[in-house]
Design a protein around this ligand. Sequence first.
Ligand code: DX5
Length: 224
Amino acid sequence: MSRQIEIIPSILAADWTRIGEQVREAEAAGADGLTLDVMDGNFVPPITFGAQMLEAIRPLTDLPIEAHLMVEQPERQIDPFADAGATCITIHIESTRHPHRLLQHIHDRGCEAGITLNPGTPIASLDPLLQNCDRIQIMSVNPGWGGQRFIPESLTRIREARTRLDNAGRRDALVAVDGGVNKDTIAQIVQAGATWLVAGSAIFNKQKTIAESIHRLRAAIPTA
Ligand code: DX5
């Protein structure tokens, strides 16, 4: 089952003084979705934004929008982000004692359910959740900041996540990657089995336009 590769700008790296313009520019440039890196200053040190950011940008685009909850007590954020129009809500397995129940609640709210894990968390910890998620997201950096270097060991983890999903009969579920996705890493990431690729600094930067940056990423995706 060859799934389309989806390039997903993270607005964490966007120019926040022009978020609306940048969302429209990313959609016009062919982005396949957007991700909001929600940070609470506890699960990760920085604080970014809450559901109000999604309320603000939802009307600007028809693109799927993922809320990546890097927060303690994610159960407190599922309804606000679902109400604000999230297409997918992704929780960290490390952030809750009840990931199974939260994934069910995300589905009950009509959203796709993602489960993600920090670089130090074994992929095997997801085994009880493989039937309850629509995607596994591999953090290929330690969460909290954009512009970090891709952790090379993530490639093995991407392959393991894809294999575990396939062995569980979940070829329909996808593997996402978040962190350090750029023109130099994207080929290996795709070859390892990921198809939903979050990119912040590789898309929003001062060297190239959003369109040039997305084009450059797509051009680096292996065709075979
Ligand atoms: C980390 C964030 C980043 C961001 C992508 O918590 O989740 O991974 O979205 O940033 P880049 O693409 O600049 O690594």
